[in-house]
Design a protein around this ligand. Structure first.
Ligand SMILES: [Zn+2]
Length: 462
């Protein structure tokens, strides 16, 4: 049962916060909590109606799509099924980069700009409107409540993004305090830091944890090594996302924190795509996203077959994501979930992995700690960081013509040495393009040093 403060936060404080930001997430969450039980035909009708509306807006007000539809003779008002999407080309990251502002709705206001490395490591700039934020917040909120917890329940977030940390201004700090959320930065996992994380979790006694599965299982194993119990704190659920969740990680987190583990799949660019329910089903946010599974030749595959996840986000009229290629690999399911929700299921997410890297002194850290050093430098078109050994790490770089090579290389070397150790050799090599893995998937960090905790050799077979 939720406490009084949680009910106040979920029912009053957070809705107020959302209204001040001009988000509709409260209303959207209510409607999502109704539609999750709808008969499939009714859900499908809603999706088609919203898809048609999105495409009509794009054809009228988004320069890139206006031109594209005219050239292809595509009339969005005739869209009668989700399969009609197959008449349109994919939206690749390269297209987003090349089109930029031409993907914006002409009348859009109040858009937030995002820059993400994506799975290729190449920076991707895109915009998100309030409608989209409201829907993504609402979908996450709904999934949180599936687990008997709510916004306002004490929460520990283990996260690594310095962008989010940078946003820790006073307003943000107050908001987190009111929502009873505490952020633990997951960059470095030194022994001392891990002791601090364990102590912080014990002091907070959170009802929920949120973070990378690798980071949470790492903290759990550390507590175990220290002989420190964590299953006596009343933690209900650990929400994990952003990486592939391995079975041993699920087992470790569940056993040591004494809680259930809820897997989620989504990203800033693609949206809140799927979330696990307590019956074990990984449900698509089917009201908001249309997911197609696509073969390398572009054919749409039926459920049961493995292929790339292509997403059409229905709340993106301000900056449409229509048939957006995520680079991640999954299999859809036709089975129904025991929980009774009719939202379709994902059988397996196969292609999410971020390696851990190991510093010269043995400190294990998230690969993102190195990614951020390189990703946001101006003029970086693409990169890949390869840790060959504890003593040597290589950065492969695709740079613009105007890139200040000596100065930037020194910056990268200094940044990586700060994390890996001063004595580590950091080579910066310029290349024309970053070659994908044998699997065809791009990875921006590859470590050939076996971290003690996660198992890099168990890499996804995407
Ligand atoms: Zn379910």
């Amino acid at each position: 049962m939720s406490g009084l403060y949680t009910r106040f936060t979920s029912g009053v404080l957070f809705p107020l916060h959302e209204r001040l930001k001009r988000h509709d997430s409260v209303a959207v969450r209510r409607s999502l909590e109704a539609s999750q039980w709808w008969p499939p035909e009714r859900l499908e009708a809603l999706r088609v109606e919203r898809l048609r509306a999105l495409l009509v807006q794009a054809g009228q007000h988004v320069p890139y799509y206006r031109e594209l539809f005219a050239e292809a003779g595509f009339d969005p008002s005739t869209v009668a099924s989700v399969a009609d999407l197959q008449r349109l080309p994919f939206l690749t990251k390269a297209v987003v980069r090349a089109q930029g502002e031409r993907l914006r709705h002409e009348q859009a206001e109040g858009l937030a700009r995002f820059n993400t490395g994506g799975s290729s490591g190449e920076p991707l700039i895109f915009f998100i409107g309030r409608e989209r934020v409201s829907h993504d917040v609402a979908a996450k909120w709904r999934a949180t409540r599936w687990w008997g917890v709510d916004i306002g329940d004490p929460e520990i977030v283990v996260w690594g993004s310095p962008i989010e940390l940078g946003a820790q201004d006073r307003v943000r700090a107050w908001r987190d305090r009111l929502l009873r959320t505490e952020l633990l930065p997951a960059f470095e996992m030194s022994e001392a830091k891990l002791d601090g994380f364990v102590a912080a979790i014990r002091a907070r006694r959170p009802k929920m944890l949120f973070g990378y599965p690798s980071a949470l299982s790492h903290i759990a194993r550390h507590a175990e090594r220290r002989g420190q119990r964590m299953d006596d704190l009343g933690i209900e659920v650990a929400f994990v996302t952003s990486e592939r969740l391995y079975d041993d990680q699920r087992e470790t987190i569940s056993r040591l924190f004494g809680c259930r583990v809820a897997n989620g799949y989504g990203s800033r660019d693609a949206g809140f795509i799927a979330h696990e329910c307590p019956s074990g089903g990984l449900h698509l946010t089917a009201e908001d996203v249309i997911v197609e599974i696509v073969a390398p030749d572009g054919r749409v595959l039926p459920p049961g077959q493995s292929g790339e996840i292509v997403v059409t986000h229905l709340a993106t009229k301000d900056f449409p994501f229509i048939r957006y290629r995520t680079g991640d690999v999954a299999v859809l399911d036709t089975a129904r979930c025991a929980c009774g929700r009719t939202l379709p299921l994902v059988k397996e997410i196969q292609g999410r992995s971020t390696d851990f890297i190991v510093a010269a002194d043995g400190t294990v850290m998230h690969g993102l700690a190195l990614v951020y050093v390189v990703r946001d430098l101006p003029g970086v078109r693409g990169f890949k960081i390869v840790q060959h050994s504890l003593q040597r790490t290589e950065v492969q770089l695709v740079a613009d013509a105007g890139f200040d090579r000596p100065a930037r290389a020194a910056e990268i070397q200094a940044g990586l040495k700060r994390r890996l150790g001063a004595g580590v050799q950091v080579d910066v090599n310029y290349v024309d393009a970053i070659a994908p893995e044998k699997s065809g998937k791009y990875r921006y960090v590859v470590s050939h040093v076996a971290a003690a905790s996660p198992a890099p050799e168990a890499a996804p077979h995407a």
